[in-house]
Design a protein around this ligand. Structure first.
Ligand SMILES: *Cc1c(COP(=O)(O)O)cnc(C)c1O
Length: 466
């Protein structure tokens, strides 16, 4: 018995022989040799233990490589570049809006060196960090004043705290939203210490409902974008204009949480009209807020636009210090805002918008060439087909709106759909696909053309292992 165990141990190759194997060479190109060796030794130690415990019998190179890949990829940095093949343009799980490539060139010297973040170069005195963005936001939207904070949830919190703390805020029952990632409007209201006054019914709210609910304690009429759901059928919302007039007449602040700050109409992408930020500014709402990293296509931020006296009050609120943004956000957002202001065709330069505006004919071509290259990569082991399908804007914008697309469907012989999805996910870089009709599908809309090569390599690797 003992000798059989010894015999098995003896058959395990030495770490140097393993490192010399052809299949190990790709790892040595990617990681330092010493690092790979240490990990191999650890895996061999575990294997010896498993053999002793009779959990495993012998050394199998194929298994060893899978284990090695898993350990090594776990040891890499926690934040990783991934390939988004889901066709969902804005996905909070996947980092929301992708930023333009050239943005890095602009922010790099600012981040690695010192900057004039809070320094007035003209006068050589202390400056204000927000001055870098205020002018741009005013020019772009027509608003009187602007302030940028950490995110839109923070923007809403700050406004509620400043304008309505310990007082009443009126919200339509049809707009008391919850979006993913624990943003629930009633909870934000509670956290900012304001009293929520719900009006209307789930599906129908009239301006009279707002009017009748106003008391001497009412400090704000709050409207919210529905974000990730839509009401259909017998529904009614008061017009923004009506709410603005009511607020003006009674001296109460009117605010709208717009969700995704749309600066360009999405009708050009074949989607239904969503009011743009500029249109909302024209309605004369006192305050508007929206995210920087949804359809705007910038870094995470909460952008607040509004009347000068009101925005000024926010600047002095201690919460705005707690929610302040850093040089990363300010420089990245400045770059994005300048694209909107000065580029000939901003849609082409903001990746998320470019994806939404991609013509179906272009996607079809991309799907076709992807199909060919993946078929070639997997040879007889893979079957790649094309099918019509739908992409989504995602990120709680434009709910229930879809964009027609062409999907690439992949079946690998001997691999269950879920297993294939898993193997793609454990690729370096990870490829996130989705399942439709029990097939793994990839949507070229959200895949950057230069990433196809990586997908091709992944398919070659996966097919070589089955
Ligand atoms: C996305 C969204 C938020 C939250 O914005 P963050 O920038 O993620 O904090 C708030 N309200 C609405 C309507 C939204 O769509």
């Amino acid at each position: 018995m003992k000798s059989e165990y010894m015999e098995r141990l003896r058959k395990i190759p030495s770490v140097d022989r393993i490192l010399a194997k052809k299949k190990i060479q790709p790892f040595l190109k990617e990681y330092p040799r010493k690092f790979v060796k240490v990990r191999c030794n650890a895996l061999l130690k575990k294997l010896r233990m498993d053999i002793r415990l009779k959990k495993r019998k012998v050394f199998v190179l194929k298994e060893f490589i899978v284990d090695l890949r898993n350990t090594l990829s776990k040891e890499r940095t926690s934040m990783k570049k991934i390939i988004n093949a889901t066709g969902i343009i804005l996905n909070t799980n996947l980092g929301r809006a992708p930023l333009p490539e050239h943005l890095v060139n602009f922010i790099q010297p600012i981040l690695v060196g010192y900057s004039n973040l809070e320094y007035n170069l003209m006068q050589g005195v202390r400056g204000k960090r927000y001055d870098h963005l205020t002018g741009l936001l005013k020019d772009l939207t027509g608003a009187e004043d602007a302030l940028v904070v950490n995110n839109n949830a923070g923007a809403v919190l700050l406004c509620l705290d400043e304008y309505a703390r310990r007082k009443e805020v009126i919200v339509s029952r049809g707009q008391l939203i919850e979006i993913g990632g624990s943003y629930r409007l009633p909870d934000i209201l509670k956290a900012s210490g304001v009293k929520l006054v719900e009006v209307g019914t789930t599906n129908r709210t009239y301006i009279e409902d707002f009017k009748n609910a106003i008391t001497s304690k009412t400090k704000m009429l709050l409207l919210s974008h529905r974000s990730n759901f839509r009401m259909v059928g017998f529904t009614k919302d008061p017009e923004v204009k009506e709410v603005v007039l009511l607020g003006k007449a009674r001296g109460i602040v009117t605010m709208m949480d717009l969700g995704s700050g749309l600066l360009i109409s999405m009708e050009g992408a074949g989607l239904k009209h969503e009011p743009t930020v500029q249109e909302m500014v024209k309605t004369e709402l006192d305050i508007i807020s929206f995210s920087g990293d949804k359809l705007l296509g910038g870094p995470q931020a909460g952008i607040i636009l509004g009347r000068k006296s009101l925005v000024n009050a926010l600047r002095k609120n201690p919460l705005s210090r707690a929610l302040r943004v850093d040089k990363f956000t300010i420089s990245a957002l400045e770059y994005i805002l300048r694209i909107y202001l000065f580029a000939d065709n901003p849609v082409m330069e903001i990746p998320g918008l470019a994806m939404a505006f991609l013509k179906t004919s272009v996607i079809k071509k991309r799907a076709h060439s992807m199909k060919q290259s993946l078929q070639e990569a997997g040879k007889a082991k893979v079957r790649v087909t094309m099918a019509k399908g739908f992409s989504e804007v995602g990120g709680g914008t434009l709910p229930a709106e879809v964009l027609p697309t062409h999907l690439v469907m992949i079946v690998v012989e001997g691999l269950k759909t879920k297993k294939l999805l898993e193997l793609l996910r454990s690729n370096i870089p990870p490829i996130i696909a989705r399942i439709e009709h029990d097939r793994v599908v990839m949507d070229p809309r959200t895949i950057f053309p230069q990433e196809i090569n990586e997908i091709q390599k992944a398919i070659t690797r996966i097919c070589g292992c089955v």
